[in-house]
Design a protein around this ligand. Structure first.
Ligand code: ZN
Length: 279
């Protein structure tokens, strides 16, 4: 009978509960499978390079995503040290490839794009307190403008253990530019930094992470040794030095847990072997 059939039908709430139960069981199974896979596969051979912009508490809304508050950044540095990570520079890594530098057991490279003035006022003292190093990529036409580093600050940072690299002259995505303009961005930014009393510039960061097959050759031809992308993963001695992986660290919404998850993302991608820039 029709009515009896309807009476036997579980209520909407009961059906929802059952569906939710199944979903939870499914998620649980997946998590267990992932945990098993993650523990059983050997640790990936490689080290992370982190991508930051600002270390600052008060920023306008349009810069919010790029700024890690000071206390959160300190917690991240302390976590890295507690986990046994030791900071190196890109130049250290390039030297290690030639047998002229011994990599620490757990290396990590901290990078900062654009060249904001808080890298001098906030970041530098926090690194010095912990004996840590970093790489700062400067947009050279911004030097000395409000909110950006000055030449004096850049020279001082270099003396205090920061490696400086180029983030081009005007921060245009290079893939959108004509070949001559591209070359100018790569070449002139490097020369300008060297003419202003900085050491030879060997490292490069692609604006907006945009690159194509021409870029490694162009950088090599202009005497750069290494370049970082915005693509997550870990790096090892086989990684293309002009396509190094970086893990982005934006403004955290879930504290240190989010930071740990971002580090884990790099490891998982390396384990899966996705999009590995190896040569
Ligand atoms: Zn940038």
């Amino acid at each position: 009978m029709k009515i009896a059939r309807y009476e036997r039908r579980p209520s909407r709430t009961a059906r929802l509960k059952k569906a939710a139960g199944r979903l939870l069981a499914g998620v649980g199974l997946l998590a267990a499978a992932f945990g098993g896979w993650y523990c059983l596969t050997p640790a990936p051979e490689g080290f992370p390079i982190l991508e930051y912009h600002m270390v600052k508490d008060q920023v306008p809304a349009d810069e919010y995503e790029y700024a890690v508050p000071v206390a959160e950044f300190e917690a991240q540095l302390d976590y890295l040290q507690a986990e046994g990570y030791q900071t190196i520079t890109l130049l250290d890594y390039m030297k290690a490839k030639k047998g002229k530098f011994t990599m620490p057991k757990k290396p990590i490279i901290l990078t900062f794009d654009d060249g904001y003035d808080d890298n001098y006022t906030n970041l530098l003292p926090l690194l010095e307190q912990r004996g840590m190093k970093a790489v700062v990529f400067m947009v050279t036409n911004e030097v000395g403008r409000p909110g950006y580093l000055t030449w004096t600050q850049l020279r001082d940072m270099e003396q205090r253990g920061i490696e400086l690299g180029s983030h081009t002259a005007n921060h245009q995505p290079l893939t959108t530019l004509e070949p001559q303009m591209r070359e100018d961005e790569v070449k002139l930014s490097k020369l300008l930094m060297e003419w202003n009393g900085l050491k030879t510039i060997f490292s490069f960061s692609y604006p907006n992470g945009a690159y194509d097959g021409e870029m490694p050759g162009l950088l090599k031809g202009n005497e750069y040794l290494a370049a970082v992308t915005g693509e997550a993963g870990l790096n090892n001695m086989k990684t293309d030095p002009y396509l190094l992986h970086r893990i982005n660290i934006p403004h955290p919404h879930l504290g240190l847990w989010e930071f740990k998850m971002r580090l884990l993302k790099g490891e998982v991608l390396a384990k899966l072997g996705w999009n590995k820039h190896e040569i």
